[in-house]
Design a protein around this ligand. Structure first.
Ligand code: A2P
Length: 336
């Protein structure tokens, strides 16, 4: 049955990917509507469903929409998602505005699909880093019960939207021509303060803003969303979120312990069968570039823990704009 569909934030890094994924997957959209800010209103976007004029979210009438995919930032979601839901749409929201709301399911397609049934008009799409690691942690948890996970992310700049990609491109262009400065340090980007320091040719050992206990909001998302998605409130999660000069693709190095020891052979068997994931062996360790533009999350470096025995360490990398955001949102719309 066709669904009257809207994308809110349709001009952004995730929104444009949502549109191409709807097209690729032959989503049964009818009356597709595209919304963004007043800056983009009036622009015409060619789509499989014809040329569509961008509407200004502030003045758009939400009546008559069945499914609305939101990725226009948390404050837009907080203001408009309830209005769209009240007008009869089911909102799949990519922001963090509702993720920890008890009345809103937080769903990774192919990990906790059943949770979507309890929605009351809004379904939350998890954080892009959490999503990628859940594609490995979810199946292992189902088999053995996740007890603890230490996870370090290597997050690409597209997690900060179009602006992040613009900043990286600019800095690589400017700094790449100045090897002397790169070797001696002390350089800065006169144009952008999106990140605390230049991201080109650099690594920032924090992603997001600092909040409680010296952890960033990105890190708390990894803790709280993991517990909600896997429904294990007492799982111990140690997060460390790092921004790296990669355009697309978030990598996560994780060590997990379960309610019982998990043998490496069992872990590999589970991961090889995991839907939406590919298990790669050490002959070709997956990189963000391998994951960019594809749907599957790539899992590699699977090995037994060498300190406390019985755990599993692994590397998972996924396209943060696709499975980490737009693809999962479309999969949730398909589930609906
Ligand atoms: P616009 O392009 O008109 O600014 P990204 O995360 O890649 O930066 O994308 C953010 C998305 O959210 C864009 O589609 C952007 O539209 C949209 N957006 C930003 N601010 C607003 C706003 N005040 N109202 C509606 N959409 C907004």
């Amino acid at each position: 049955m066709s669904k009257r569909t809207a994308i809110v934030g349709a001009t952004g890094a995730v929104g444009t990917t949502m549109l191409s994924i709807l097209e690729e997957r032959d989503f049964p959209a009818s009356d597709l509507r595209l919304m963004a800010s007043s800056r983009s209103a009036g622009r015409v976007i060619p789509t499989k469903w014809g040329d569509i004029t961008i509407e200004d979210l502030a003045t758009a009438d939400p009546a008559g929409i069945d499914v609305a995919l939101f990725s226009a930032g948390g404050s837009r979601s907080a203001e408009y998602a309830p209005k769209f839901a009240a007008a009869g749409a089911v909102v799949v929201d990519n922001s963090s505005a509702f993720r920890m709301d008890d009345a809103v399911p937080l769903v990774v397609a192919e990990v906790n699909d059943a949770a979507i049934k309890s929605h009351q008009g809004i379904v939350a799409n998890p954080n892009c880093t959490t999503m990628v690691v859940m594609m490995a942690a979810g199946p292992l948890h189902r088999a053995a019960g996740l007890r603890a996970m230490a996870a370090t992310s290597y997050q690409s700049v597209s997690g900060s939207g179009q602006t992040g990609m613009d900043v990286l491109t600019h800095e690589i262009d400017v700094l790449g021509k100045d090897r002397e400065a790169l070797a001696t340090g002390g350089w800065s980007d006169p144009i952008s303060d999106l990140y605390s320091r230049p991201i080109g040719f650099n690594v920032l050992a924090h992603a997001g803003g600092f909040t409680e206990q010296g952890y960033t909001d990105e890190e708390w998302k990894l803790v709280n969303e993991t517990r909600k998605i896997l429904d294990v409130q007492d799982a111990k999660v140690e997060p460390f979120c790092v921004r790296v000069p990669v355009m697309v693709g978030h990598g996560i190095a994780a060590t997990m312990f379960f309610d019982r020891p998990v043998a490496i052979a069992e872990a590999k068997e589970i991961l090889a069968d995991a839907p939406g994931a590919q298990l790669w062996d050490d002959s070709k360790v997956p990189t963000p570039l391998d994951s960019a533009g594809i749907d599957d999350v790539l899992i590699g470096r699977v090995r037994p823990t060498v300190g406390e025995e019985g755990g599993i360490s692994l590397w998972a990398v996924g396209d943060n704009l696709r499975k980490g955001a737009a693809l999962n949102a479309v999969q949730l719309a398909e589930l609906l």
